[in-house]
Design a binder for this molecule. Structure first.
Ligand SMILES: C[S@@+](CC[C@H](N)C(=O)[O-])C[C@H]1O[C@@H](n2cnc3c(N)ncnc32)[C@H](O)[C@@H]1O
Length: 194
């Protein structure tokens, strides 16, 4: 395992997640978890009082994640393998304290992103956190669906789906097994007037 990944999984990732607002006892969803660079630290931060649902469409990454979880003795990660065309998240409404959407938005076309924001809105508790790492934007190694969007476009898109931006961080983080710096956007679920 690379040095950066080791450091991240041992300590740095936990500090990062605590800074963005994850705490003991929380129920987290890591959507597009990959092999778990954020799932593993999240499971440590929430401790046995909390849990982390880890969703991905790539079964091999999920196997890898669960192997790492096993070696670290973590029993509070619940893997959910999904199909990419599924826009429904198989979790109860208002059951989640925070959703991590890290380095995954660029995989989704406009309509798919909208459906995912709707589902995230449904499963988040009132006041819950939607934390987004929108990598691969126009001015940040552009790739696929975000390649024509700037950071402000991402903020506007998510804000238009009943979230408000609470905080924007510029942080050292792990990306593809290496340290990088990037923007993390923390949104909160708005209360809709009925
Ligand atoms: C670049 S990786 C990021 C992994 C991790 N979140 C991180 O920040 O290191 C993106 C992951 O999202 C998954 N993914 C992309 N679209 C998805 C979808 N619609 N449903 C579930 N997983 C998806 C991919 O399979 C991949 O494992």
């Amino acid at each position: 395992m690379e040095i950066a990944v080791k450091e991240w999984l041992n300590e740095e990732g936990e500090i990062f997640l605590e800074n963005i607002g994850i705490k003991k006892g929380d129920v987290i969803l890591d959507f597009g978890c990959g092999d778990g660079p954020y799932t593993i630290p999240a499971a440590k931060v929430v401790r046995k009082e909390g849990k982390v649902y880890a969703i991905d469409k790539d079964i091999e990454s999920m196997h890898k994640l669960m192997e790492i979880a096993k070696t670290k003795g973590l029993k509070n990660i619940i893997p959910i393998h999904t199909k990419s065309e599924e826009s429904k998240i198989n979790l109860d409404s208002e059951s989640i304290d925070a959703v991590l959407l890290y380095d995954v938005l660029h995989y989704m076309e406009n309509l798919e992103r909208k459906k995912i924001y709707e589902e995230i809105y449904r499963i988040l508790k009132t006041g819950g956190i939607l934390s987004v790492y929108p990598k691969h934007r126009k001015s940040d190694e552009p790739l696929w669906s975000l390649s024509d969007m700037e950071l402000d476009d991402v903020i506007e898109e998510i804000s238009s789906r009943h979230f408000y931006l609470q905080r924007k961080f510029y942080k050292k983080l792990l990306h593809n097994g290496n340290y990088n710096t990037g923007y993390i956007l923390n949104f909160r679920k708005s209360v809709l007037n009925k």
